[in-house]
Design a protein around this ligand. Structure first.
Ligand code: SF4
Length: 171
């Protein structure tokens, strides 16, 4: 019986895109090998998907209405909460990306913070932090970011932080 592929959606928030570049530079395994050798299905990746953004809209809508399974949600970039907690400095489809992340994360079996910004807020959260950046489940070294410390994904895990020493997952 064929193994069911785990679906992965990669969503960028307050990001320079460097984590994507880092992952694309990996060679053991390469990003391509990862999808060839493991039972993974890439639903969307901003630098790899050739479909228009309309496709991403459809995928996100299907995830949220329950017709598309989401196993792994990868977030690249800080969570921007300004101005005044609205998150509208960083919006997608007229909705703050932080809200999209909250909605998608409720559907995901695993949520991965890809890079130091997604994990802890990173360079964008450095003082004076004009856009009020935080991490997914950490605010720099303090537990609790977009999600409270006791938040768990569908599979029962906290956010899985894959942060580099300073920045990207792969130096
Ligand atoms: S962790 Fe580094 S590469 Fe990733 S978004 Fe932040 S600054 Fe860019």
């Amino acid at each position: 019986m064929a193994t069911e592929r785990m679906t992965l959606l990669w969503f960028q928030t307050g990001s320079c895109g460097g984590d994507t570049m880092s992952i694309l530079s990996a060679d053991r395994p390469s990003f391509t090998d990862l999808f060839n050798d493991y039972p993974l299905e890439l639903l969307w990746q901003p630098s790899l998907s050739i479909e228009s953004v309309t496709s991403l809209n459809d995928i996100m809508d299907r995830i949220l209405n329950g017709s598309q399974r989401l196993d792994i949600l990868c977030i690249e970039g800080s969570i921007i909460t300004g101005p005044n907690g609205t998150g509208m400095y960083d919006a997608f489809r007229k909705t703050a990306k932080k809200e999209w992340v909250e909605r998608l994360a409720q559907k995901a079996r695993y949520v991965v913070a890809m890079g130091t910004c997604a994990a802890f807020g990173g360079v964008h959260a450095a003082p004076p932090n004009p856009t009020d950046c935080i991490g997914l489940q950490m605010d720099k070294d303090t537990p609790g970011g977009l999600f409270a410390p006791d938040w768990r994904s569908g599979a029962g895990y906290p956010v899985i932080n894959i942060a580099g020493v300073l920045c990207t997952p792969i130096p």
